[in-house]
Design a protein around this ligand. Structure first.
Ligand code: PEP
Length: 256
C-alpha cells in the first residue's frame, strides 16, 4: 500500500451467495467487528437482488455497495441483463468487471470488458477490472504479456481524467478459490507491472493514483504480508468475505 498517493480498497466478492435476509445478517455482524476505518475503503460486491437490502443495512456505516457485473448497453432487448444506470440509481458505487468466472463461464472477453468499463464510468460507477493469468500461462512464462494485453484492452478509449476512478484487481486464476495464494513478491511483481502499463499510457502522475488490488485466496493469515507491498493497494476477497470475522480481520490489517 502507498496511502500517500492512493486509496486502499478492501472489497468482498460474495459471488452467488446469501439471500437478502442473510445479507442483512452478515452486514450487521460486520458492523460489530470492523474498527473505525481510517485508511481504507470497504466495498461489498453483492448479488443484484441483494443490493437494496445491502444499501439499507449499510446506512451510516462507511461501506460502499458494488455489483458483480453489468451490461454495456444503456437499455434494450437484453433479457436478464442489468444496465449501469439501473445500478447507479440504486446507490451502487462500484461494479466488478471481467471477473475470471465471468470470462470462463459466461463468455466475457477483453472487448466486452472494455465496453463495460466505459459504460460504467459514463454512468458514474467505479469499475473494478479483473485481470489475471492461468496456471498454464504462468508456467509458460507469459504472465506479464497476458496482463499487459488485458490492461491495455480494458482501458482502451478511457481518458486520463477517468482512469483514476478505475480499480484494477490482479487475480491469478490459479489462486481464485483454490487456497493457493500468490506470494507477496509475485503479487507485487504483477501489481507493479500493471502500474508500469498504466504509466506508459497515462504518465506517472495518473499511474501512482490508481488503486491496484490483489485477489486470490486472500485471508486473515496472509493479508498483512500481501498488503505490506507498495503496489498492492488492497484486496478483492471471495471466500473469506463471507465470514464476518475473517473479512473484518483483513479490513483491520489494511487499516493499520
Ligand atoms: C474472487 O472471487 O475474486 C476471489 C479472489 O476469490 P477467493 O478469495 O475465494 O480466492
Amino acid at each position: 500500500m502507498n496511502q500517500r498517493y492512493r486509496k486502499t480498497i478492501i472489497a468482498g466478492n460474495w459471488k452467488m451467495n446469501k439471500t437478502p435476509s442473510e445479507t442483512r445478517a452478515l452486514i450487521d455482524e460486520l458492523k460489530t467487528l470492523i474498527n473505525r476505518v481510517k485508511w481504507c475503503d470497504i466495498v461489498l460486491c453483492v448479488p443484484f437482488v441483494n443490493i437494496p437490502a445491502a444499501i439499507k443495512a449499510t446506512k451510516g456505516f462507511r461501506v460502499a455497495i458494488a455489483a458483480q457485473n453489468m451490461h454495456y448497453e444503456k437499455s434494450g432487448a437484453y433479457t436478464g441483463e442489468i444496465s449501469a444506470a439501473m445500478l447507479a440509481e440504486l446507490g451502487v458505487k462500484y461494479v466488478i468487471i471481467g471477473h475470471s468466472e465471468r470470462r470462463q463461464y459466461f463468455g466475457e472477453t477483453d472487448t466486452t470488458v472494455n465496453l463495460k468499463v466505459r459504460a460504467a464510468l459514463e454512468a458514474g460507477l467505479r469499475p473494478i477490472v479483473c485481470v489475471g493469468e492461468s496456471l498454464t500461462q504462468r508456467e509458460q512464462g507469459v504472465t506479464l504479456e497476458q496482463i499487459r494485453m488485458q490492461v491495455k484492452i480494458a482501458l482502451g478509449g478511457v481518458e486520463g481524467t477517468s482512469v483514476k476512478r478505475v480499480v484494477i484487481a490482479y487475480e491469478p486464476i490459479w489462486a481464485i478459490g483454490t487456497g493457493k495464494t500468490a506470494t507477496a513478491d509475485q503479487a507485487e511483481e504483477v501489481c507493479g507491472w500493471i502500474r508500469d502499463c498504466i504509466r506508459e499510457i497515462y504518465g506517472a502522475r495518473v499511474a501512482r493514483a490508481v488503486t491496484i488490488q490483489y485477489g486470490g485466496s486472500m485471508n486473515a493469515g496472509n493479508a498483512h504480508e500481501l498488503l505490506s507491498k507498495l503496489d498492492v493497494d488492497g484486496g478483492l476477497i471471495g471466500g473469506a468475505s463471507l465470514k464476518a470475522a475473517e473479512f473484518a480481520a483483513i479490513v483491520n490489517a489494511a487499516n493499520q
